[in-house]
Design a protein around this ligand. Structure first.
Ligand code: NI
Length: 224
């Protein structure tokens, strides 16, 4: 166990609960297949997802594994099911918060609560479905998500700063919203132009990382 700059031992939270440790490469990612990440403009990203209604099914457990593998090779910190083309209210996450603590897990049927709406901060935000660019965006500093896991067991994740932002971003996906929808029309246009420049390089890197993990890379069309 190593300490951070302030001499504090970073903690790990799995499904919102403190755990001793969790592998850098989560077992879900080891088991999962790499799927293609859907991109801005694809219909499944722009409408609300359906609630998960059947829990414990092997297909649902495998979907979480695949989402972890897909997020890992894309170097993401969160991924929603409609980002792999499945319109279910489900997301996965694996990130380090502002205190250096790691949060990892998945949430089905998340209900988002945001903290005081007058307590906001502006931070850079990007999205795996908009490969390349990032933009500064105001969001409430505090947020919590309540939902269930793939077996229907309750889960609650709450936090502030980067973690709160990720929770808001992922639930936004499940509501059919991208962070782009929170930008001005002009900023959105600039982001899309940047994306078309950067996209190929980002997708090539996902392919390399998939191969490095011994996984079949996802196939992406030449242009979105
Ligand atoms: Ni996103």
């Amino acid at each position: 166990m190593t300490t951070d700059a302030e001499g504090r031992i970073p903690r790990t939270f799995l499904q919102g609960m403190p755990v001793e440790d969790y592998p850098d490469l989560p077992p879900e990612a080891l088991r999962g297949r790499v799927l293609r990440i859907t991109e801005v403009g694809e219909e499944v990203l722009h409408r609300p997802c359906r609630d998960v209604e059947t829990f414990g099914a092997p297909e649902l457990v495998a979907l979480v594994d695949d989402m972890f593998a897909t997020m890992t090779v894309a170097e993401g910190v969160g991924l929603a099911a409609n980002q792999v083309g499945v319109d279910l209210r489900l997301f996965v996450y694996d990130l380090t918060d502002d205190d250096g603590d790691r949060h990892v897990g998945h949430v089905a049927n998340p209900v988002l609560e945001i903290g005081p709406v007058d307590d906001t901060e502006e931070l850079d935000e990007g999205c795996l479905s908009v490969p390349g660019p990032a933009r500064e965006l105001f969001r409430p500093v505090r947020a919590a998500v309540t939902g269930v896991d793939v077996h229907g067991r309750p889960v609650r994740v709450e936090g502030e700063g980067y973690l709160a932002r990720a929770l808001q971003h992922e639930v936004g996906h499940l509501d059919g919203l991208l962070y782009l929808d929170l930008l001005s029309k002009r900023a959105r246009k600039a982001v899309l132009a940047e994306m078309s420049e950067a996209r190929r390089g980002v997708l090539d890197r996902r392919r390399e990382l998939a191969l490095a993990l011994g996984k079949e890379p996802a196939l992406y069309p030449p242009a979105s």
